[in-house]
Design a binder for this molecule. Structure first.
Ligand code: SAH
Ligand code: SF4
Length: 367
């Protein structure tokens, strides 16, 4: 089996080259070709000696997951479905804005955590994505979008993806090793050269893995909070039973020791009549008092049979104002790519569920 070079960060590629009897700078050259030039064909790597190119052709490949389809929304948002093996598909979304282009990347096929308002969680879980499948999403998007004119400015950019958020399908910290390797490639100057603050990992709160991420690669951290007290969070973000809010807040503070001058972004999906009352906003202020943070309020994005409803605009306004009056920076996420189901929490891909959850729900529904 040829070795997929997209599975390696620079350190890994260098080690593999050493095994082949090749010098480290050769690894660096090939890494440039792959990630900076978007070249998958070794024959096109013209400054590499012919002998080595032939060796690579025999023993290696550069293989991103196959694109099943790519759709563009009327607002310019783009969504890809990648084929990642039998009955499994993952989704990636690109959100262009005037001053940046954000790519939303998946980390798992489905998700094993069962947040009740999330369509990915509904679909069960199949497996972790490999490093090649994670970085492959960026590789395809970045090199595919290069050369396309910006929708608003008309300019052609050679760096279309300026920001990455690990907010697609899956819980990135449940796939820590592969995610850390992929983050390394994103940050590497020989790779995509993204700054630490332009790459965000979003977690539902896996406390031990938050500590490990802090030590290994302290990128920007978003924490999916969604509730201001344990009773409510236990219901809608069940991982809270394992890592309750006191522990989560302590982990946030520890994280910031490794990422000085940063802040945590608390994501808060607003669910009508569930967590959107003024009292909840006031509890949030108490809860997060000692954590440098800002809030990102996300109106719930509906999906079939979710059982939840979008918040009223007025409820969102009141909620936001309570936080702002307490001195917090609050952003409200605009819904983008609605017409192609590319909004937050709508990423469904295709999951051949192995957790048994989908089967259980079907049995319940037909009983
Ligand atoms: N598993 C990680 C990252 C993926 S989810 C996490 O939970 O943080 C990315 C964000 O979308 C999370 O904040 C998640 O709670 C939110 N989300 C999930 N379902 C949603 C929905 N139906 N509407 C709006 N946001 C949703
Ligand atoms: Fe998994 Fe995040 Fe969805 Fe929760 S919100 S089920 S952690 S993807």
């Amino acid at each position: 089996m040829p070795q997929n070079l997209l599975d390696f960060d620079l350190e890994g590629l260098t080690a593999w080259f050493t095994e082949l009897g090749e010098k480290p700078f050769r690894a660096r050259q090939v890494f440039h070709w792959i990630h900076q030039s978007g070249v998958a064909d070794f024959a096109q790597m013209t400054d590499i000696a012919k002998g080595l190119r032939e060796k690579l052709q025999q023993q290696a490949k550069v293989a991103a997951p196959e694109v099943k389809y790519a759709h563009t929304s009327t607002d310019g948002t783009r969504k890809w479905l990648f084929d990642v093996g039998i009955a499994n598909g993952i989704e990636t979304v690109f959100i262009p804005e005037d001053d940046r282009g954000t790519l939303c990347i998946s980390s798992q096929v489905g998700c094993a955590l069962e947040c009740t308002f999330c369509s990915t969680g509904r679909q069960g879980f199949n497996r972790n994505l490999t490093v090649a499948e994670i970085i492959g999403q960026l590789w395809v998007a970045h090199h595919g979008l290069k050369g396309e004119p910006n929708r608003t400015t008309g300019e052609i950019s050679d760096r279309p993806v300026t920001n990455v958020v690990m907010m697609g399908m899956g819980e990135p910290l449940a796939n820590l090793e592969n995610v850390v390797a992929a983050l390394g490639i994103m940050l590497d100057d020989h790779g995509y050269g993204l700054s630490r603050r332009r790459v965000t990992v979003s977690t539902s709160g896996l406390v031990p893995a938050m500590d490990r991420l802090a030590e290994r690669c302290p990128v920007a951290l978003a924490v999916s909070l969604h509730a201001p007290n344990d009773a409510l969070r236990n219901q809608i973000v069940p991982i809270n039973k394992k890592y309750p809010l006191v522990e989560l807040m302590a982990a946030c503070r520890r994280y910031l020791v490794h990422a000085p001058r940063d802040f945590i972004t608390f994501e808060y999906v607003m669910l009508a009549g569930v967590n959107d009352a003024p009292e909840h906003a006031r509890q949030l202020i108490e809860l997060t008092r000692d954590v440098p943070c800002k809030f990102n309020l996300i109106p719930f994005n509906p999906f079939p049979d979710s059982g939840y409803e979008k918040p009223h605009a007025e409820a969102m306004r009141v909620f936001r104002e309570i936080l702002q009056d307490a001195g917090y920076v609050v952003t409200t996420r605009k819904t983008r790519g609605d017409d192609i189901d590319a909004a937050c929490g709508q990423l469904a891909g295709k999951v051949a569920d192995k957790s048994g959850r989908v089967m259980k729900r079907m049995q319940k529904e037909t009983a």
